[in-house]
Design a protein around this ligand. Structure first.
Ligand code: GCO
Ligand code: MG
Length: 414
C-alpha cells in the first residue's frame, strides 16, 4: 500500500472510513464506524494502524489480519476490531477490483437470488404501527422488525417519533428518533419500565398477527434490557405469534444466561451486534443456544473474520442475521451483502435505508428490490467516496440515549 487515509464524515450521522491505495492506484474502502465513539476508532487507525500499512503487500489479507490481531497484544474490543475490519474490508475490495470481479465471486460465488432484507416497522401505538407495516409492505419488504411505544412511557428507543417525523423519510416509514444516534453533546435520557414492556409486547404481536396474518416474518429487538427469567417469559409469551427471531434479550457480557432462556422457549434467538470476535460465540454455538448471528462485518473484524464465524455457525445449523442499522456505513453494508449472497448459511439481512446525503457520499451499487438486496456486479465492493460531498458534512458529536428506570431513575441496561 502506498497510502491509507482515515476519513470522517457526517452526512446526517457520523461515519469513519478507511481508504487504502496501492502503487498502481487501486483504491479499497473499509467501514470502521463505532456509533457514538467514532473518533476513538479514527485515532486507533490513524495513530497505530496506518503507519503499519504503508509498504505492506495489499494481497496478503490473511497475514495482515493476523498481524493486526495477534500483533497488537491487546486483542479484541470494539475499537480494535472495527479498525481491523476496515483494513480487511478495504483489502478485499482491492483484491476484487484487481481481479475485475464483484467481491462475492472471490467468496465462492452467488448462492441465492438476493439477500432477504428486513425493515423497521414501528409506531407509538398500534394504529401507527399498522400504517408503518403497510407502508413497508408497499415498498416491497417481505420481513419486518416490529417495535412500538409502551403505555406509560414517553418515548421508546427504536420507535419513530412521529408518523411524519422531520428526522426521517416522512410518512409512516419515518426513521426512529435517534436514528439510532442523536446529535448532541451528551446522550439523551429515556425512561424504562420492564414490567410495562412485558405486558405490552405480546398484545402488539397478537394485534399484528390478527391484522396481517400468519405469513409475514416478524422480528423483535429487546435491546439487552431483560434479566434471564424475564427473557424466558417474553420468549414464551411470544410463541403463539411465531417470531422469526427475538433479538438481544439479555446484556451481551454474560452469554451463559441464554441457557436459562433456551430451556423455557422455542422462540428463535438472535444475538451478537455488540460482540467482536468468534470467541464470543463459542459456547452459544456449541450448545446451540442461539439461531442467528448478528455481527456485522464492521464490528467483527472484517470479511475474513465474519466468514470464519459463519462457517463455524454452520456446523450447528445457525444462520447469519447481519446487523444493518444506519450506523453501519454503506461500505459495511456492501461487505455484508457480498458475504451474504455467497455463504451457505445466510439467514436474513437488516436493512434500514441510509439518507440521500449518505448515499451521495458513498454512491453504493447495491439495490433493494422485491424484498431482496443485491450487492451489484461491478468490480469490488461497489462503493465509492465522494470527497467533495463528504467534506460538506463535518464530524458532529452524537450519542445513543441512555435508559433510567421510571420507578426511581436508576441507570438500566442497554
Ligand atoms: C439494531 C440495533 C440498533 C443499535 C444501534 C447501536 O438491531 O438495529 O439494535 O438500533 O441500537 O445500531 O449503534
Ligand atoms: Mg439490535
Amino acid at each position: 500500500m502506498v497510502s491509507a487515509e482515515v476519513l470522517v464524515t457526517s452526512p446526517g450521522r457520523n461515519f469513519v472510513t478507511l481508504r487504502l491505495r496501492t502503487e498502481d492506484g487501486v483504491v479499497g474502502f473499509g467501514d470502521a464506524t463505532v456509533n457514538g465513539r467514532e473518533l476513538a476508532v479514527a485515532s486507533y487507525l490513524g495513530d497505530h494502524v496506518v503507519p503499519l500499512l504503508i509498504g505492506r503487500d495489499a494481497h496478503a489479507i490473511e497475514d495482515t489480519w493476523q498481524y493486526l490481531y495477534r500483533g497488537a497484544y491487546w486483542r479484541r474490543g470494539p475499537i480494535t476490531m472495527a479498525a481491523i475490519a476496515a483494513v480487511d474490508t478495504a483489502l478485499w475490495d482491492i483484491k476484487a477490483k484487481l481481479a475485475g470481479l464483484p467481491l462475492y465471486q472471490l467468496l465462492g460465488g452467488r448462492s441465492r437470488r438476493g439477500c432477504l432484507a428486513y425493515g423497521h416497522a414501528s409506531g407509538r401505538d398500534i394504529p401507527e404501527l399498522f400504517d408503518s407495516i403497510r407502508a413497508h409492505l408497499d415498498q416491497g419488504y417481505r420481513a419486518l422488525r416490529i417495535q412500538t411505544g409502551i403505555p406509560g412511557l414517553d418515548s421508546v428507543y427504536g420507535v419513530a417519533a412521529s408518523a411524519n417525523s422531520a428526522v426521517g423519510n416522512g410518512g409512516s416509514t419515518a426513521r426512529y428518533d435517534h436514528e439510532p444516534a442523536r446529535r448532541s453533546p451528551a446522550p439523551a435520557e429515556e425512561e424504562w419500565d420492564t414490567r410495562a414492556y412485558l405486558r405490552h409486547a405480546p398484545r402488539v404481536f397478537e394485534a399484528v398477527r390478527n391484522e396481517f396474518g400468519p405469513e409475514l416474518p416478524l422480528l423483535h429487538d429487546a435491546h439487552h434490557r431483560l434479566t434471564p427469567i424475564q427473557a424466558a417469559r417474553l420468549g414464551k409469551d411470544l410463541e403463539p405469534y411465531d417470531l422469526f427471531w427475538l433479538e438481544d434479550v439479555t446484556p451481551a457480557e454474560n452469554t451463559a444466561v441464554l441457557r436459562r432462556v433456551r430451556e423455557h422457549t422455542t422462540t428463535p434467538l438472535a444475538i451478537g451486534e455488540v460482540f467482536n470476535t468468534i470467541w464470543d460465540y463459542r459456547a452459544l454455538f456449541e450448545e446451540q443456544l442461539i439461531d442467528y448471528v448478528r455481527s456485522p462485518v464492521t464490528h467483527a473484524g472484517g470479511i475474513t473474520a465474519l466468514r470464519r464465524i459463519l462457517d463455524y455457525a454452520s456446523v450447528y445449523q445457525i444462520k447469519s442475521g447481519v446487523h444493518g442499522p444506519t450506523d453501519i456505513s454503506p461500505v459495511g453494508l456492501a461487505a455484508a451483502l457480498h458475504l451474504g449472497i455467497a455463504v451457505a448459511n445466510f439467514g436474513i439481512q437488516e436493512y434500514m435505508k441510509h439518507s440521500a446525503a449518505t448515499d451521495q457520499v458513498f454512491r453504493p451499487a447495491y439495490r433493494f428490490s422485491e424484498g431482496l438486496l443485491n450487492p451489484g456486479d461491478g468490480p469490488g465492493l461497489g462503493v465509492d467516496y465522494d470527497d467533495e460531498a463528504a467534506t460538506a458534512h463535518p464530524y458532529t458529536p452524537a450519542y445513543l440515549p441512555v435508559n433510567r428506570l421510571k420507578l426511581d431513575g436508576s441507570l438500566h441496561d442497554w
